[in-house]
Design a protein around this ligand. Structure first.
Ligand code: PHE
Length: 454
């Protein structure tokens, strides 16, 4: 088969791909979502199940997604259709692309709202409003912030516009350059925060909490949340990694790059936990504090350390960048599809995609305050929680399941081996067994058991 080329361009190097894909994976999912979901799910047992999910489900699917993307070299929807036709299977596989685009929209909508919080917190920390604040004071500041729809709207809008701007210019020029500097900087600051938490907080208690599993707390719900978190954090199941894979040169090793990306992502999540939980225990906060957890813990530290306004502002700013590099990957699959199938140029496509996600985000934002009453809840959850739950715990695992089935059952052994560039042997067989049996069975068990889909 002649190799395809992508009409949207190619990364300038393998390193650029690793950085961009790591930029997609590392985001609010690691630093905002991971600690609070861990807290809600009781700690250690959740973390262990999460790590197992990353290794046994996440990594194999990431490899599969990059492989399909690079072979198809189009938007996820068209890639799935092309590859399915090529393998003599039904073009209905393109619906995996639809599912992914829908998930991308939904995630981007509330992601932008929370990224708006990080923007606001950059400014607030720099202005010194946390200086010398008590834990109660910091908590009160967060609560009043969330209760103010106009403020939230302003920040949500700014973040969405930022995302539209980058995506409309093409990922290659702006983003590639940015992630090269930002990802290492975020990493260094995170390590510094862990150092601070280690010295001033209840570090040992945090280690116990994060790594001592209490298996009596494990329920199917906890397992589902861990799996959902793995999909969310690794950007899997909706085509983000697939579209990034479609810009990857055919000489790069997919297995190696995927392992690096998944490893970095996991490391950042664990570091975030180690930065946050010592402070949670130090100041008598509840680990199960919910989505506000990092906004109610870290500012206490920033308010007390010397130069905290500066360090804190730098930290939140880097979190903005981490969210930014993830948000563009949420938008990219839809934009490529609009360009390919609707004949739009990138600018127009990004503007439309952003506008719709923004509108949906406004509903999420209002569900935090004006529409937070019980009469506005759907399935017992405020809209934002519902969208988060539905995407991370249902849509992404479902998308990932279909991708695994396609890569391992529909695609021929020769085709996948050739694309992965692996010889017959242990490595290839291990991957194939994982995506063929382990991943689908695990996802089906957890997903269907918990969501009552069957
Ligand atoms: N992985 C990103 C994060 O952790 C979120 C994301 C999910 C991005 C799905 C793209 C696709 O914040």
């Amino acid at each position: 088969m002649a190799r395809r080329t992508s009409v949207h361009g190619e990364w300038s190097s393998k390193m650029a791909f690793i950085l961009a894909a790591t930029g997609s994976a590392v985001g609010l999912g690691n630093i905002w979502r991971f600690p609070y979901v861990t807290g809600e799910s009781g700690g250690g047992a959740f973390v262990i199940i999460y790590l197992i999910c990353v290794a046994a489900v996440g990594l194999p699917i990431m490899i599969a997604e990059i492989m399909l993307g690079r072979r198809g070299r189009q938007s996820p929807l068209n890639t799935m259709r092309t590859l399915a036709t090529e393998e003599g299977a039904t073009p209905a596989w393109q619906y995996v692309g639809w599912l992914g685009m829908a998930a991308g929209f939904l995630i981007l909508s509330f992601y932008s709202v929370v990224a708006g919080w990080t923007l606001a917190y950059t400014v607030r920390t720099a202005a010194g409003i946390f200086d010398g604040q008590t834990a109660d004071g910091v908590q009160a500041i967060f609560t009043s912030f969330i209760g103010d729809p106009e403020r939230l709207l302003g920040w949500h809008t700014i973040f969405m516009v930022m995302t539209i701007i980058v995506v409309s210019r093409g990922v290659k020029s702006g983003l590639e350059q940015a992630v090269r500097f930002l990802m290492p900087a975020l990493f260094v600051l995170l390590v510094a925060m862990v150092g601070y938490a280690m010295n001033t907080g209840q570090f040992e208690q945090a280690i116990d909490y994060l790594f001592k599993p209490d298996f009596s707390k494990v329920t199917w719900e906890v397992v589902l949340k861990a799996m959902g978190q793995a999909f969310f954090s690794l950007s899997l199941g909706m085509g983000a990694i697939m579209i990034y894979g479609s810009y990857l040169s055919h000489t790069a090793s997919i297995v190696k790059t995927a392992t690096i990306i998944a490893g970095m992502d996991t490391l950042v999540a664990v570091l975030a936990g180690l930065a946050i939980f010592p402070l949670v225990f130090q100041y008598g906060l509840a680990p199960s504090g919910g989505p506000g957890l990092i906004f109610m813990t870290l500012p206490i530290a920033f308010g007390q350390m010397p130069g905290g306004a500066f360090v804190g502002a730098a930290f939140f700013l880097l979190l903005v960048f981490a969210a930014w590099t993830s948000a563009i990957s949420l938008m990219e699959p839809v934009v490529t599809w609009l360009v390919e199938n609707r004949g739009m140029n990138r600018v127009k496509a990004s503007a439309w995609a952003g506008l719709f996600a923004w509108l949906l985000g406004v509903v999420s934002l209002l569900s935090l305050n004006v529409w937070s009453g019980e009469q506005f809840q759907l399935f017992g959850m405020p809209f934002m929680d519902l969208v988060d739950w539905l995407t991370a715990n249902v849509m992404l695992p479902l998308g990932g399941l279909l991708i695994a089935i396609f890569a391992a059952w529909v695609m021929s052994r020769d085709a996948s081996r050739a694309e992965l560039g692996l010889p017959e042997g242990m490595g290839y067989t291990a991957w194939r067994v994982l995506v063929r049996y382990v991943t689908p069975v695990a996802v089906i068990l957890v997903l269907f058991n918990q969501t009552g889909l069957i």
